[in-house]
Design a protein around this ligand. Structure first.
Ligand SMILES: [Cu+2]
Length: 429
């Protein structure tokens, strides 16, 4: 009885605080909210009442659901249908390969390239037992030892993505293009999309609520701007960022320059992500900084696609990172040139060389090399914990490669050619 009284008193004070907050915040919001940029039918007052009336906003977050799904935050609103990916998802309209992630095609409206993104809950497989993309490249004679390493590996997550995928599809355009991106929100909460590294008008920046009202669940919102720069940039959620970016709402945006310094034969994008997944769960722990799963393009080894190129081809790899940690990505067998950042191409006189590139949070890094050296070369993060899976789930012992680990497969021009370094006489130029 006593507990019930305290509870009721608490409830009353909370609703009083909410009412106060509503009246206090409204003028601030109206100042920021500019009718010119408004594209929504949702009046601004409702943005706050949506948050304050949590029962209305999150009907799925009942005690019963929490128990059933073991979720603190609703991943999906009950009864809301999840749309299939827009028609042009998976249609290759450009030159970029994002291994394991579909590209995103566009339609033309006059001279505007129109892309479509749906922010939505997805069930996403990070790694499973059914296949390994690394294993076929391991020579049979080495596999006796290799088999000893095998430990069970399976991890699925309930997360958020764009067009059914995390990372979202890579958007590809050219310097000088006018682009329009139509975003639909199927998440159980408001969102916005920020164009990370793009120089554009303030009202297109996707930083809700400073530059726009947030896109409410079920709403569509249109961004449109011209690309006056080139390079590898990103898009990610601009609203409730800690949660939404960690839930998987990120993708790459490649803007091709009018002319590349060196023509490129194979052009890859790899998005770095990290996740904290409690053992035995499919839900993400967004509060801890102790991450235990690490992915390239949403997959952990051995499910990360290998990068296949032909000997002699010019290869570019673009790394994008929106998550909290930096990742030093290392490639065996090669010294590469660091040719670009989210700021665009680095002039040749300022380019540095290396075999490892540190990709800090909030940045992109482009590397380039000529694939002179045939064979199967490891490419992975060099933080040791980031190249195994499921830290919490398996005892230490043999820790098979997982996490941020894949292979660059350079197919030789001719089999059984004697190995030659480019600095040797008569070598491949
Ligand atoms: Cu790492």
């Amino acid at each position: 009885m006593h507990t019930k009284k305290i509870f009721l008193a608490l409830l009353a004070s909370i609703s009083h605080a909410h009412a106060l907050l509503r009246t206090q915040r409204k003028p601030d919001f109206d100042t920021v909210f500019n009718a010119k940029t408004a594209q929504s039918t949702m009046p601004p007052e409702n943005v706050h009442s949506f948050w304050l009336d949590s029962k209305k906003a999150f009907p799925a977050a009942t005690k019963k659901t929490l128990k059933k799904d073991n979720a603190i935050i609703p991943w999906k609103k009950r009864g809301v249908a999840i749309s299939p990916a827009p028609a042009l998802t998976g249609k290759q309209m450009g030159r970029i390969q994002t291994p394991g992630v579909p590209p995103l095609g566009y339609e033309m409206d006059g001279n505007v390239k129109v892309f479509r993104l749906i922010a939505q809950p997805i069930e996403h497989l990070i790694v499973d037992e059914s296949y390994s993309l690394v294993e076929p490249l391991i020579p049979p004679q080495n596999k006796v030892v290799h088999k000893m390493h095998h430990t069970p590996r399976y991890q699925k997550i309930k997360c958020w993505g764009y067009n059914g995928s995390t990372p979202g599809p890579t958007i590809e355009a050219n310097e000088g293009d006018r682009v329009r991106i139509i975003v639909k929100n199927e998440l159980p909460e408001p969102t916005s999309v920020h164009w990370h590294g793009i120089e554009l008008p303030n009202d297109q920046d996707g930083a809700a609520p400073e530059t726009q009202h947030s896109i409410m669940p079920g709403e569509e919102y249109t961004y449109e701007f011209t690309l006056y720069q080139s390079g590898t940039v990103m898009y990610h959620s601009g609203y409730n960022v800690m949660r939404q970016d960690h839930m998987g709402l990120t993708g790459a945006f490649v803007i091709h320059p009018k002319k590349y310094q060196t023509p490129i034969d194979k052009d890859f994008v790899i998005t770095l992500q990290q996740w904290a997944i409690p053992p035995g769960s499919e839900y993400l722990n967004l509060i801890t900084m102790d991450f235990n799963w690490f992915t390239f393009n949403g997959k952990a080894a051995p499910n990360i696609p290998t990068l296949t190129v032909n000997q002699g081809e010019r290869v570019r790899i673009r790394f994008t990172n929106i998550i909290m940690d930096s990742h030093p990505i290392h490639l065996h067998g090669y010294i590469w040139n660091n040719v670009g950042t989210e700021g665009g191409p680095i002039p040749p006189s300022a380019q540095t060389k290396g075999s490892t590139i540190l990709v800090p949070s909030g940045t992109t890094r482009d590397v380039e090399f000529t694939a002179w050296n045939p064979g199967v070369w490891r490419m992975h993060c060099h933080k040791l914990h980031h190249v195994v899976n499921a830290h919490a789930q398996v005892p230490m012992g043999y820790m098979e490669h997982g996490g941020m680990f894949t292979l660059l497969h350079v197919i030789p021009k001719k089999e059984l050619e004697p190995w030659k370094h480019p600095n040797q006489k008569g070598a491949l130029s």
